[in-house]
Design a protein around this ligand. Structure first.
Ligand SMILES: [Zn+2]
Length: 197
């Protein structure tokens, strides 16, 4: 335990995901000895992300204006819509260069143990988008774990009666894993091999 500001910083860093007590301490002492200009850039970046970044009004991806970069891109097709859990999954799929459609970010997955049901996700907004009739195929790209599968199953049941083709990412993705940790090739193959559900 240290006194004052350095301990405050260690405590705050330790609350970040994936940062244990030892890493928190290492980062805090790195900041302490770093160039003031570098530390200023870091603190500005932290402040700006809260000030400037918001959610796209169409797909709920992160954006710095009304709509995100994907929604603003007129070269992309609106006939294929890919459903993901989080904005980081959009980035993961974009890295594969396999997909030229649009996205819908749910903001999580159905998880009864944590009290997250369909109403806590952006499913109502998804169904409204599908209601326009523009979408011909819905790709369910939720994580290949229990919650992601439950969410995909729920969405398939809701959407299939609307006459829209519903597909799920294919094998190759590690079960129990997180979409964001899949490498480009694995995720790309899974995309190509998606199947009807
Ligand atoms: Zn968007």
């Amino acid at each position: 335990m240290y006194e004052g500001a350095i301990q405050d910083l260690i405590d705050e860093l330790g609350r970040l995901p994936g940062v244990g007590p030892k890493s928190a301490q290492r980062i805090a002492f790195h900041v302490l000895s770093a160039d003031p200009a570098d530390v200023n850039r870091l603190s500005t970046a932290l402040r700006k992300v809260k000030e400037l970044v918001r959610f796209c009004t169409t797909c709920f991806n992160v954006a710095e204006s009304e709509q995100c970069r994907v929604c603003r891109d007129t070269r992309r097709t609106s006939e294929v819509l890919c459903v993901v859990e989080e904005p980081k999954d959009v980035v993961a799929i974009e890295r594969t260069n396999e997909f030229r459609g649009r996205y819908h970010v749910l903001g999580g997955a159905i998880n009864p143990l944590e009290g997250i049901g369909p109403d806590n996700l952006r499913i109502r907004e998804l169904l409204m988008r599908l209601g326009t009739g523009e979408v011909k195929e819905l790709i369910l790209a939720t994580d290949p774990n229990t919650e992601g599968e439950a969410t995909a199953t729920y969405l398939a049941l809701m959407v299939k009666p609307m006459g829209i083709a519903v597909t799920r990412l294919a094998s190759g993705l590690p079960v129990g894993g997180d979409l964001e940790y899949a490498d480009e090739i694995t995720l790309g193959r899974a995309f190509e091999g998606r199947r009807a559900v």
